[in-house]
Design a binder for this molecule. Structure first.
Ligand SMILES: *Cc1c(COP(=O)(O)O)cnc(C)c1O
Length: 489
């Protein structure tokens, strides 16, 4: 997550990589086994109560921590004696058992990326959290029609709201947007061709690759145009008896600049109409409101694409909408019904918790006047730099009390990002606390913040560790506990 990289020559890097491999091998060799460490718990009543499987698991985690610490330090100091390593692993395991921390825990997102996929994207609005908890606690009418007294359709819980907000005729919801695209392609184009511009064959965060997804869907990819330029005639030429769909994809995490040309949605819909072929758009972030109104980079609105004639638009629930992880598909009733009738949908459907949070989020969009106040993602994004400056100054004071004089803390101007592919080249102004220390590298400072409780995730830029406050609610988030200084070096 830290984006800092030292600039080494290729030869320097190769030699460095070799030395690192050797250090890793030595650290692994010095490492005591889990069985050796487990002996320290012999006759321990607490250990017997908890069970050996659990104690072993905690020892294995402690061993991994100690091992990575050794690798990080190996360049400066020789590996400690085996007995000391056993002590250290056992000490850490005992501390972890006492703390009983879950693996999934709250962290402070000081990366400057508001919708950070690795940190769980959108924080939910309070009503969505309450709706989720209520649905978790008790039986709900998930697929039960209360009027008719029989089996219902889970989509019906959110369909009306989604249609009201996007102008679409029908809507269906699955686990994430990748699933929505997969289901759409499989339901509407399996065994046939889908025409896509080469400029839109995207890969997002290494895990969403449109060509791979297309292959799993059973649809045949028909690429048209070049990376930087695609013209209407390219689509026209590709259309034939095998064409099932024209697909447009929002090029989320990059932008083609310079000598470029793409076919807009209206023009694509016109081409589709001439050949009686539906246009489907994967919009990615899928804004429900106009971001320009909040002085933010403009994102295409789902409603605009429906109004322009897209037969189906898919987008994520946990990106700009600010809701739970979900994949939403809105469009014509004919296409949505085909997706619902597909057996694959059973494998991709979302659960009652997601639907509860999604419905609550959509109700906020329908009812709230001040969305920036009601939806945390919109609130984080729309705050002015004056407010961020105050938060950063207060955070600096809190941190300086906790860290002492050896650290130098300075509020600096930075740029943050929306994240998750929304307007990647547009940066939004922000403020950060720049943390430096005479004897510690930015990487060591980053590790120290990650070891805090709760962990604080910053980023390294221009060889300095930065804590960006754009995605942080309040300065009090920085009132964290740091590990004892001796494990800091
Ligand atoms: C983010 C994104 C996806 C993947 O969405 P998930 O909800 O993460 O599955 C697909 N397409 C586009 C254009 C995106 O921006």
């Amino acid at each position: 997550m830290d984006s800092g990289q030292s600039k080494k020559t290729p030869r320097g890097r190769a030699a460095g990589a070799h030395a690192t491999t050797q250090l890793r091998t030595e650290a692994l060799r010095a490492m005591p086994s889990i069985d050796e460490c487990l002996r320290a718990f012999a006759g321990d009543a607490e250990c017997d109560r908890l069970g050996h499987a659990y104690v072993r698991l905690m020892l294995r985690r402690a061993q991994a921590e100690v091992r990575s610490g050794l690798i990080a330090q190996a360049a400066h100091s020789p590996a400690p004696a085996r007995a000391r390593l056993v002590d250290e692993i056992v000490r850490r395991a005992r501390a972890a058992i006492a703390a009983d921390e879950p693996a999934l825990r709250a962290v402070v997102n000081a990366t400057g990326v508001v919708l950070h996929t690795n940190l769980g994207r959108a924080p939910l609005a309070e009503p969505a959290i309450e709706a989720m908890a209520a649905a978790a606690r008790a039986p709900v009418n998930l697929e039960y029609d209360l009027d008719a007294g029989g089996r219902g359709e889970r989509d019906s819980l959110v369909e009306e709201a989604l249609c009201a907000l996007t102008g679409a005729e029908a809507a269906t919801v699955v686990n994430n947007n990748a699933a929505a695209v997969l289901l759409a392609l499989n339901s509407l184009a399996a065994g046939r061709e889908v025409v896509v511009s080469r400029g839109e064959l995207i890969e997002i965060g290494g895990s969403f690759r449109l060509p791979d997804l297309m292959q799993h869907s059973g649809a045949q990819l028909r690429e048209v145009g070049t990376t930087n330029r695609t013209h209407p005639a390219d689509y026209e030429r590709a259309i034939g008896p095998e064409t099932a769909l024209l697909l447009k994809v929002h090029p989320s995490n990059y932008r083609v600049v310079g000598f470029t040309s793409a076919v807009g949605i209206a023009e694509l819909v016109e081409i589709g109409r001439r050949h009686a072929i539906d246009v489907v758009e994967d919009l990615g972030s899928g804004a429900l409101i106009d971001f320009a109104r909040m002085k933010l980079p403009r994102e295409p609105l789902v409603a605009e694409r429906i109004a322009a004639g897209a037969a189906l638009v898919t987008f994520s629930g946990d990106k700009l909408m600010g809701g739970p992880q979900a994949g939403v598909a809105v469009g014509t009733r004919r296409l949505v019904e085909k997706m619902r009738a597909n057996a694959l949908r059973r494998a991709l459907r979302c659960d009652k918790l997601t639907l509860a949070a999604l419905e609550a989020t959509l109700r906020i969009y329908l009812r709230a006047g001040d969305l920036a106040a009601a939806i945390p993602t919109l609130r984080l994004l729309s705050r002015g730099v004056g407010e961020l400056e105050l938060i950063a100054e207060r955070a600096r004071d809190i941190l300086s009390q906790r860290l002492g004089d050896a650290f130098n803390l300075e509020v600096v101007a930075t740029t943050a990002e929306i994240g998750s592919g929304a307007q990647p080249t547009e940066e939004i102004p922000s403020r950060a606390i720049r943390v430096t220390h005479g004897a510690l590298s930015p990487e060591a400072i980053a590790a120290m913040f990650r070891a805090a409780r709760p962990p604080v995730i910053g980023r390294i830029r221009d060889d300095a560790f930065l804590l960006d406050v754009r995605a942080v609610d309040d300065a009090s988030a920085f009132a964290v506990l740091f590990p004892p200084a001796r494990s800091r070096s």
